[in-house]
Design a protein around this ligand. Structure first.
Ligand code: ADP
Ligand code: MG
Length: 727
């Protein structure tokens, strides 16, 4: 009888990298995307103008246009070899959903006919009763609609045309991430444009940009398959840390192993074909951990691209006999994986509102947006944390090399000083407005700001990095939309209040610049609590943050409560991003999801420790006991006493650990039954968090202790040193 671990180890070494064709990257870019250039080729010019207006200016989409676009889109897709089409949407399960239909159907007289018109493009009704809706859609009213999002271009993967869509209930409530994300970009467009117009009347639109950095682990497929916990939960539920892991920092930016490079190259090629502008790849901090980042794009498109990339990664990894781990913390004790979301705002005139301008007037505009973002993060720090938590990200927050479960903002030395100067400056003395209505800011007000990227604080969950904010607390497996829609919404609402306040002052006769300046000044003072330049990983910070009144809750089910706080509900309603009913349903989905994930992990851990750990340990113990008996037959009583001292200790230790495991697994089962019986999703999630999670950690300790004792040859599960260092 073979040992599955050794079988896995044998094959893990044997893969020869496949050779990728590396055509010119420029030629293949967006090859499989229905881009504007292709639209020009396949769609009549009268419709084209209207379609571009819909995409660029949010003009309403009509059925006529959909009909015309559908004809061109289908022609193009079929030329690419597509035989099917699907609406491609992002339900609250995470991941993406597809339901394929062929372009053909049979006519009543049995002849094949093509079936893809405006109505198929425009709207579909996937039988979606098993997607989570958090009570928004009862099963008897199980209708969900997917509707075309023309702002994200259609693409072909394999034999199917994918049409990005939103996913909503019969009653219009959002059942996905994309719908509220689109609403949030509309909200920020409106609110930010109104504020930019203080400085530049020509600006008509403001858009949000997102550039994500996707971190992930790769692991050999044979080793992956030999670890039921990885297969079922995406993370190792046990495993003693390897003697060497990341202490030497020798992996970060190191040479990429050959087989991994082959995977990356193919991933890049396929990403580029789908229009994902991938740019950077490198090793990450932990062994077998890597990162990929694209150029930034408009947030809706960028978020779609991230979803697409995650599914490409899974497929391409398999071709290279790897499995990709998108879990935030697949291995305890080494770095977890995040998905830093670089976020900025830019105008239709091409100005990045978070880039410090060259002249003081632009500086005031920059400071206006910077300080409003600070205020928004300050006022809604609890919500922003809620937007990134999950059962999986919980292991990463606050752990090795990860942002803590407290949202604070890092600005860097220069900006910190600049804000201090503004706070202490007097508007009367400081601002001089000359006849040309140009604003000159006296020394001490808005200093010349020259920022560079060297002033970095890796411990901050939300950091300013020169011309954008980097939201680092986002988890590697998350849909970017969740965090981005929350951030957009809070900033939009903050800008609305800001404008109201400034306008109020102007109406009372205050000069515009002075009004802006005074409000900014008061904000800098008000939101000081969220600004933190120190080490976010330190224990002192936890205490300090609590003192400052920031949200320091660490329990995921309780963090989710933030979505339903009065001010948050009001904020989402003001910005029209999410209704109260939608928020309630989203929370229900989140709690449910949390409870299910913990339930599965707990079951898998029970199986593992009983079927693998306990049995291996007992086998080894029997060997030792047999040895003791054999020794007794050969040696004298006195000699035996000395000889077996150590063996006895190990035998007892195994007995102890195995006993503890049996007892705790039994207890955990009882607690699971109790938690599972709770009807209310929030209470159920709380029960899983409070009673099951701590017990799982204790069971793990026992299993990891046994791993150190038991004979390596008997141990059936691949070890950390194998999973993390074989590639
Ligand atoms: P680092 O790891 O040093 O932060 P990377 O090069 O890995 O940097 O990633 C930087 C990310 O920031 C990329 O996704 C890039 O597209 C994005 N980015 C750069 N400028 C902006 C911007 N103005 N707005 C949004 N994202 C940006
Ligand atoms: Mg990076």
């Amino acid at each position: 009888m073979g040992n599955i671990r050794f079988d896995a180890l044998k094959t893990a070494w044997s893969h020869i990298p496949e050779v990728c064709d590396s055509q010119s990257y420029g030629v293949i870019f967006a090859q499989n995307v229905f881009t504007r250039e292709k639209m020009r080729e396949y769609i009549g010019s009268n419709v084209l103008e209207q379609l571009f207006d819909i995409i660029d200016d949010e003009k309403p989409l009509t059925r006529d246009i959909a009909d015309s676009v559908a004809i061109g889109m289908k022609k193009w897709a079929m030329e690419q070899g597509a035989t099917h089409f699907t609406h491609w949407f992002q339900p609250l399960t995470g991941g993406t959903a597809e339901k394929h239909d062929t372009f053909f159907s049979l006519s009543p007289d049995g002849l094949p006919m093509e079936e893809f018109g405006g109505s198929e493009l425009y709207q579909q009704e996937p039988d979606a009763s098993s997607f989570p809706s958090g009570g928004l859609r009862n099963t008897f009213e199980a209708r969900g609609y997917s509707a075309w999002d023309p702002t994200s271009p259609a693409f072909v993967i394999g034999d199917r045309l994918c049409i990005p869509t939103i996913f909503v209930a019969y009653t219009g409530e959002a059942l996905d991430y994309k719908t509220p994300l689109l609403r949030s970009t509309a909200a920020i467009d409106k609110a930010a444009t109104a504020v930019v117009n203080y400085f530049d009347r020509n600006v008509r639109h403001v858009r949000c940009n997102l550039g994500w950095e996707q971190e992930y682990f790769l692991i050999d497929e044979a080793l992956f398959n030999a670890r039921p916990d990885l297969v079922m939960t995406g993370r190792t539920l046990m495993g003693h840390s390897s003697s060497k892991n990341q202490q030497l920092d020798d992996h970060y930016f190191g040479i990429i192993p050959e087989r991994v490079l082959q995977f990356m190259t193919e991933l890049e090629i396929e990403s580029l074909r789908l229009g994902i502008p991938v740019k950077t790849r490198h090793n990450e901090v932990a062994p077998n951990q890597f990162e990929l980042a694209p150029s930034y794009e408009e947030v809706n498109l960028s978020s779609d691209h991230n979803q697409l990339l995650m599914s490409l990664m899974e497929n391409i990894a398999r071709k290279h006999h790897f499995r990709v781990l998108l879990h935030e913390k697949p291995f305890a004790g080494v770095n977890g994986s995040g998905k830093h979301c670089n976020w900025s705002l830019s105008t239709n005139t091409g100005v990045n509102l978070l880039s410090p301008g060259k002249n003081p007037y632009q500086n005031l505009q920059f400071v206006t947006f910077l300080v409003n973002v600070l205020m928004a993060v300050y006022r809604y720090n609890g919500l922003l944390k809620a937007s990134i938590v999950s059962a999986t990200n919980a292991h990463r927050l606050g752990a090795n090399e990860a942002p803590p479960a407290i949202i604070s903002v890092f600005l860097g030395k220069q900006l910190t000083e600049a804000l201090e100067q503004i706070e202490n400056a007097s508007a009367e003395r400081g601002i001089i407005i000359n006849a040309k209505k140009e604003m000159k800011l006296g020394v001490g007000n808005i200093p010349q700001i020259l920022l560079d990227n060297t002033d970095r604080n890796r411990t901050s969950p939300f950091a300013f990095t020169g011309n954008r904010f980097e939201f680092r607390a986002v988890g590697s497996s998350a849909n970017c939309g969740a965090a981005m829609l929350a951030l957009n919404a809070v900033v939009a609402e903050q800008l609305i209040s800001f404008k109201k306040e400034v306008d109020g002052r102007i109406e009372k006769g205050e000069a515009k610049e002075k009004a802006l300046f005074q409000v900014i000044k008061s904000y800098i003072r008000e939101c000081a609590a969220v600004h933190f330049e120190g080490n976010g990983y330190s224990n002192e910070w936890r205490k300090e943050a609590e003192h400052r009144g920031l949200d320091c809750e660490t329990s995921v089910p309780l963090i989710i409560d933030n979505y339903l706080k009065d001010d948050v509900v009001k904020m989402f309603e003001t910005t029209k991003v999410l209704t109260k009913a939608e928020l309630v349903s989203r929370c229900a989905v989140k709690w449910e999801n949390y409870a299910i994930k913990i339930q599965i992990e707990s079951r898998v851990l029970s199986d593992l420790v009983l079927n693998h750990v306990h049995s291996a340990a007992k086998k080894y113990q029997t060997m030792l006991l047999q040895n003791v008996l054999a020794v007794k037959q050969v040696f004298s009583e006195e000699e035996v006493k000395q000889l077996n001292e150590q063996d006895y200790t190990i035998i007892r230790q195994i007995e102890q650990c195995c006993g503890n495991i049996i007892e705790m697994v039994d207890k955990m089962k009882r607690l699971r039954v109790e938690a599972g019986a709770i009807q209310e999703p929030r209470e159920r999630a709380v029960a899983y968090h409070d009673s099951i999670v701590p017990l799982m950690e204790k069971i793990r300790e026992q299993a990891d202790a046994l791993e150190m004792i038991v004979d390596d040859e008997i141990w059936t599960l691949p070890k950390y040193r194998e999973m993390l260092f074989i590639h």
